[in-house]
Design a protein around this ligand. Sequence first.
Ligand code: ADP
Ligand code: MG
Length: 218
Amino acid sequence: MKPLIQAEHLCKSYGSLQVLQNLDFELFESEFVAITGASGSGKSTLLHLLAGLDQADSGQLRFAGAPYPTQGAALDRFRNQELGLVFQFHHLMPELTALENIVLPALIAGRSAREAEVVAHELAERLDLSERLKHRPDALSGGEQQRVAIARALINRPKVVLADEPSGNLDRARSEELYSLLAEARSTWNVSVVVVTHSDWLAARTDRRLHLQDGAWA
Ligand SMILES: Nc1ncnc2c1ncn2[C@@H]1O[C@H](COP(=O)(O)OP(=O)(O)O)[C@@H](O)[C@H]1O
Ligand SMILES: [Mg+2]
């Protein structure tokens, strides 16, 4: 089977700091992979490259066999349609309701509001958000905000969800919730999941765990 994402020889430096060193990575369809590593080991940098948010200095990135688009409308479309991103601080739009946040990527993709809302309600049902859709992010708990971010990541039925877990005082309950949401997304919508996590508990439950140390696999 061919990998969905295939990264070869990725290198990334910031000034004289070499953050990723000749890194290879493969992600298969419907696979759930955890990436662990100490703070500063390059986890978020790798996730940003996989998300097309930043570019490697050298190396190759392929999606379903084709090179990643590197810029412009093709890159925007690729990110919007093939990838779902769940980043550390969720980046929800504060002035939009939960529902409006969830449907936004679908509207950007050119789908009708009506069609997008049907899918959003289905996701909200699964993610236990149905009662919270009219609220703005500041009226939601941290867990609810996370679920909104996950619903938003799934609205365009991406092939891959990339999640960067918050690292600060992460309790077990929060890890369990994130795990069950991502596992649900994988089994219900057949997405592949890459989660950057500090939780051994979570990492141990994925299909495969990788440990990053100073920008290389340990
Ligand atoms: N935009 C940037 N400019 C300069 N240095 C950066 C930048 N982003 C990350 N770094 C540095 O790269 C290293 C890896 O960062 P990061 O990928 O965020 O690590 P992790 O997510 O594993 O904690 C750190 O030393 C960090 O300070
Ligand atoms: Mg990080």
